[in-house]
Design a protein around this ligand. Structure first.
Ligand SMILES: [Zn+2]
Length: 435
């Protein structure tokens, strides 16, 4: 016998992976935890992507035998993770059953902490968003204030919608800085004083002890959302580019987030595109971020407008109380303003240059452009596309799609829910047991 924790540790010992994060090992002792095999996890992930599946579909999408599929499904029905639906489709004269996630099993929260905002949602187990909330907030106020506020907002959202906090099984959190994923902490984030190595998971778990809390970089989280719910549905190799206050890339490789050896893969904002360009907050000159992130676009446009090159932009600047935003530049371009058009086209070229190198190096199937600056519209997208096509190898661009994010302002929270779902179950077998 022994304590519950000792029993759990014995149970885990046989299959534990050496590089499993401590928070994931701890999660196994949560009272609501389900234990599944890696084959069952594969089926769950397919159902998460396509919502509903028949056994025939599963046989097409996996290499599992029919017997194995039936075994996995029966086990997942027993654990109440899947439910069976009567399909309206007939296969071979028989009505075939389909399977979907059991929406009522538990609740999942998605938290997207941005540089200037907090976005929250609570979803059911099928990933359907039940409640959504957003408010401005400055991440510079530090983790104690921001995390405390985030948790009290979640609590309030649950209370107001008669959702029980005990049913909250998982919380996914995206944060705007480099994350040591296995520790669940930010490491030396440039714009976030006080957050360096702050114990985010433990803090949030004090409020919601029934939930497994997972923390990752915001762009990784957005990329994950896009392969489950957005334009990249089911795509194995995808890059999500967030262009907002900063610029970053989330890399999906073989259907999983690629984080690199220390968690900062995809930090493309500090690739130098012009050695004599403006000074970046990282200390170098001419970084992509210093030239094409939202504030940089607004600043370039303002300088030129003040030199008399755009009466429209100058008027917007005066009207906003002497502030010009990137979205103003987008609006001016839509009205046909030549300067705004030029600034956006040039930004697209700089971004496109960096993406062309990424395409040659990584050969993704889809590049998704998201973040606030994507509001600049088709002019930005076509400039990026053209530059990538001109500067990448033709084999790499033959089947490449460069598109705007479909999940838009919800990318972060949808991604955060899916991050939590990725670690919702404890896997009890290794890959060697396959087939
Ligand atoms: Zn930089």
């Amino acid at each position: 016998m022994g304590t519950a924790r000792e029993v759990m540790q014995r149970k885990l010992r046989t299959y534990i992976l050496l590089d499993m994060p401590a928070w994931l090992i701890e999660a196994a002792s949560l009272s609501n935890r389900s234990f599944i095999t890696d084959s069952e996890k594969e089926l769950i992930d397919l159902v998460r992507t396509y919502r509903e599946f028949s056994k025939a579909d599963l046989a097409t999408f996996t290499e599992f035998s029919r017997t194995k599929i039936t075994g996995c499904i029966d086990s997942l029905l027993n654990k109440k993770i899947l439910i069976a639906n009567d399909s309206t489709e007939y296969t071979g004269g028989r009505r075939s059953k389909t399977f979907s996630l059991n929406a009522d099993l538990g609740l999942v929260a998605g938290v997207d902490i941005g540089a200037t905002s907090i976005d929250l949602c609570i979803a059911d187990f099928s990933g359907k968003i039940l409640v959504r909330y957003s408010e401005p907030a400055s991440v510079r106020e530090g983790p104690i204030k921001i995390l405390g506020h985030t948790c009290s907002l979640l609590e309030k959202m649950m209370q107001e919608n008669n959702l029980s906090p005990e049913k909250l099984y998982g919380i996914g959190i995206g944060v705007p800085g480099p994350v040591d994923f296995s520790a669940g902490m930010l490491v030396s984030p440039p714009i976030m004083p006080g957050w360096d190595r702050y114990p985010i998971i433990q803090t949030v778990q004090q409020w919601f002890p029934s939930a497994n809390v997972v923390v990752d970089n915001d762009v990784n989280v957005m990329a994950l959302g896009e392969i489950y719910k957005g334009v990249g549905k089911g795509v194995d190799n995808l890059v999500f580019i967030k262009i907002g206050t900063g610029i970053g890339a989330g890399i999906i490789s073989e259907g999983k987030i690629y984080r690199g050896s220390s968690g900062c893969a995809g930090d493309i904002g500090h690739i130098s595109v012009n050695k004599s360009g403006p000074l970046c907050h990282c200390g170098n000159r001419g970084c992509l971020e210093a030239l094409t992130a939202g504030p940089a676009i607004a600043e370039q446009a303002l300088i030129a407008a003040q030199a008399g090159r755009s009466p429209i932009l100058l008027k917007m600047y005066e009207k906003n109380g002497k502030v010009l935003r990137a979205e103003d530049v987008g609006n001016a371009a839509r009205e046909g303003d030549a300067l705004a058009t030029e600034v956006i086209r040039e930004s697209g070229q700089f971004i496109g240059d960096v993406l062309a190198s990424l395409v040659n190096f990584y050969n993704p199937k889809v590049i998704v452009i998201g973040g606030g600056v994507s509001n600049l519209g088709n002019l930005l997208l076509s400039s990026i596309r053209q530059t990538v096509l001109n500067h990448s190898t033709s084999l790499a661009t033959r089947d490449l799609h460069i598109v705007f994010s479909e999940t838009g302002p919800d990318a972060g929270v949808i991604g955060a829910v899916n991050l939590a779902m990725d670690y919702m179950f404890t896997i009890t077998t290794s890959n060697s047991e396959r087939n």
